[in-house]
Structure formats: structure tokens, C-alpha cells
Design a protein around this ligand. Sequence first.
Ligand code: TXA
Ligand code: MG
Length: 329
Amino acid sequence: MKTELLSAHSPNEQRTAIRRAVALLQAGEVVALPTETVYGLGADALSADAVIRIFESKKRPRFDPLIVHLPEEKWLERIAVIPPQSRSLVEQLIERFWPGPLTIVLPATNLTPDIVRAGLETVAVRMSQHPVFSEVIQTLGRPIAAPSANRFGRISPTEAGHVMEELAGRIPLVIDGGRTSHGLESTIVSVRGSRLTILRQGPITAEQLRELAQVSLATADSQQPHAPGQLPSHYAPGTPLQLIQDISAFVVPQGKRYGALLWQSNPSPHLFVETRHMTMTANLREAGANLFRMLRELDQANLDGIVAEKVPEVGLGLAIMDRLRRAAG
Ligand code: TXA
Ligand code: MG
């Protein structure tokens, strides 16, 4: 299959690209689209045949459920059930964070096919605020199931070129909407009564959620073993990666090519053959936006190893450290 790459940079290009994406989605095909977090591989969430193509093109195991993206808020209660004791909290979450990088797990109605939810009785829902994604989904007028547009177990794509590296030849269309603004996958919460459990850390931080509810973090054993996004060795680059506190104390093994992913330090230039600074201004948001791209670049530099400098574990730093720990396996 030849993969078409359509730019959505000018308004004209955008209109053409969106029309093409909607036509493919209506025909039961998959398309890669930018969201504000990472690029997604979307298909009609109400068609089991279309959704199967997502699993096939990503080589994703069928037991890993997908996020259902909604065209409009009124779709929420067609796809999910809001328990009465959670209603006020869910309404506040939506009011505050939608459209945006927050995914909410709720009991499912039977509108989505089983394969979308991997047979679970819950469904993960979100609304993207990306102009291209939201235009596509509103024109389609149906929910879109979309995981990150990478092959299973690999680093999520934050630009269209990454999607091409991952899926060219396996999907019909990639829309290029430039770099994604958050660069990290959405925060996932499950709602129980008036409490929240964070299943995956992301751009919406625990601090932000604590303004609305009691928040706990899913511990390793409370997590569903069948949700690989939450397993330790996900997002792994091919090159061995080591997380360290103090880069200046790291000794590069004799004759080995090492790269460094940096937070604040400035190691001597001849120590590492490649270096990437996630940020120059100790800005966690910038670091998050650059993380996956820089990991991907270092992974492609033919290195024997990558060392990554720890970032402060506050706010968005928790989500960044979560991804770095998974990358370190
Ligand atoms: O930012 C994002 O969330 C991106 C963009 C494309 O929207 N999507 C994304 O999807 O990261 P994916 O499939 O790569 O990660 C979704 C995660 C998986 O770890 C899956 O196990 C979990 O969501 N998930 C989906 N449905 C669930 C459910 N009912 N209960 C618990 N976890 C669920
Ligand atoms: Mg993913």
C-alpha cells in the first residue's frame, strides 16, 4: 500500500487533507492524524471492521483497549455511562479540561464494538482540541478510535515524519499538521464515585486534578495487566537507555558511542557523540514537547547507549519521568 502524506499547513491544503481523511474514514479505512498530544491512528469507532485495521497496521495485541475520541460532548452519554455519584465530578472535568489532553475511563454503553474496549466493561473517552483532528471528527460526525500512530511498543510519534517511519506502506494516509504541542500522550483517569485514579500520567497534572477531586495514582498491582500502555517496558527505544541523576559522574565505557538526553547539565562536548537538550530554560512543558522526538533521534544515531538526565518530579515532570522510566525498561 502506498501511503499518502498530505500537508495541512495552508488553509487550502488543510481543506483538501481533511476531505480526504473523512472519505477514507467513511470507507472504513485508517488514517493518521495530528492531535495536541501525539499523532493518532484513527478509524470509525463504531465499526469493528474498521477498528480491526488499527490493530493490524500497528501490530497491536487485541487485548489492549483503544481511546474513543468524541466529535461533541453530546456523544459522551451514547458511548459511556455516567454514574449518578460521579456526575458532578465528570461534568467539572469536562468543563475544565475538554477539549484537551485528558482521557476519562467510565462504564461503557454497548454502542462501541467489543474490540475497541478489548472486551472491558469500561471505555476510555477524550475530545481532542487539535484543529485538524476536531475538523475531521466533526465532519465525520462519528467517534474515532485512535491509539498513538506508532508500531506497538515503540515511541509515540510527535510529527508526521515519525508516523511515516513507523507505518509507511501499512496505512493509506498521514496528515501533516506539524509538531504536536504537548508531545506526551493524554493523562488517563478512571472515575470512581467522586474520586479519581490516574492510570497514565500526562499533560494534565495530578496537581490540576486535585483542585477538583481526591486523586490517587494507580500502583503497579492495581493496574490491569492487560493494559500494556501501563506496563514498565513500553515506549522503548532500540538503544539501551539509562536514567541518571548526575551526568557529570557518568563514565562513558571505553570505545563506546554514547548519547545524552539532558535536562540542565552541560557535559563536556567530547564525552558524548550526540547530545540533546530537552529544554534550555528548565521548562518542563518544553521538555515534554521535545522528549519523544529527541529520544527517537538519539535512537537513530547508532549509539551503544543513551543516558538520560532525571527531571524534577513535580507537575509535568512526573509524566516525563514516567516515560523515561519505561524507556529505560
Ligand atoms: O494522547 C493520547 O491519548 C493519544 C492520542 C492519539 O489521543 N492516544 C493514545 O492511545 O495514547 P494509546 O492507545 O497509545 O494509549 C491508550 C491507553 C492504553 O494504554 C490503553 O491500555 C489505555 O489507554 N486504555 C484504553 N481503554 C482503557 C480502559 N477502558 N481502561 C483502562 N485503560 C484503558
Ligand atoms: Mg500508544
